[in-house]
Ligand binder design. Structure first.
Ligand code: PRP
Ligand code: MG
Length: 179
């Protein structure tokens, strides 16, 4: 275990089981002939997205958006910046957003408002982790892997100051690491 880690919340095996479950559910919920664009929110969702799409067995398109609101802080700045927009044309298609973690919800509120204005057929959200205690806005989340307590999380793609993304598990950080 990494020295800065307080507690491992979900092991590699826990995550793998959950990702399989989510992939199966998503595959059942869409029709095989639906045009589905799976949109990963970089950078955090990169690892989850890579595993999840291999558990989805209906045809899908893959694209990414890059947004950032945390930077080198444990608190959301509240200002969501689009660093990279979609490459694909999504008009008339079903969009499934993939997130690593939903905390205040401000990132997704911004993203969903933005994507809904592009004449899409439907919009769904899938997140590996949900921290509902910190929510600052209303969000309808379609697929949730795990609900987590109000702790600062790292690993499996999720960072603090761009570190820890490569940890294979999801963990809470020791407070002295960021306070
Ligand atoms: O619900 P919120 O409070 O908005 O927080 C969730 C967002 O914060 C993190 O991204 P971040 O802005 O740190 O960028 P990153 O994905 O590049 O780490 C995470 O990946 C989510 O996208
Ligand atoms: Mg971050």
């Amino acid at each position: 275990m990494h020295n800065d880690v307080e507690e491992i919340l979900f092991s590699k095996e826990d995550i793998s089981r959950k990702v399989k479950e989510l992939g199966e559910k998503i595959s059942k919920d869409y029709n095989r002939d639906d045009e589905v664009v799976v949109v990963g929110v970089l950078k955090g969702a990169n690892v989850f997205m890579a595993d999840l799409i291999r558990e989805i067995d209906i045809p899908v398109y893959i694209d990414f958006m890059a947004v950032s609101s945390y930077g080198y802080s444990t608190e959301s700045s509240g200002i969501v910046r689009i660093l990279k927009d979609l490459d694909l044309e999504i008009e008339g298609k079903h969009v499934l957003i993939i997130e690593d973690i939903i905390d205040t919800g401000l990132t997704l509120k911004y993203l969903t408002d933005n994507l809904k204005s592009r004449n899409i057929k439907s919009l769904k959200i899938c997140t590996l982790l949900d921290k509902p205690k910190r929510r600052k806005c209303d969000l309808n989340i379609d697929y949730i892997g795990f609900e987590i307590p109000d702790k600062f999380i790292v690993g499996y793609g999720i960072d603090y100051g761009e570190k820890y993304r490569n940890l294979p598990y999801v963990a809470s950080l020791k407070e002295e690491t960021y306070k």
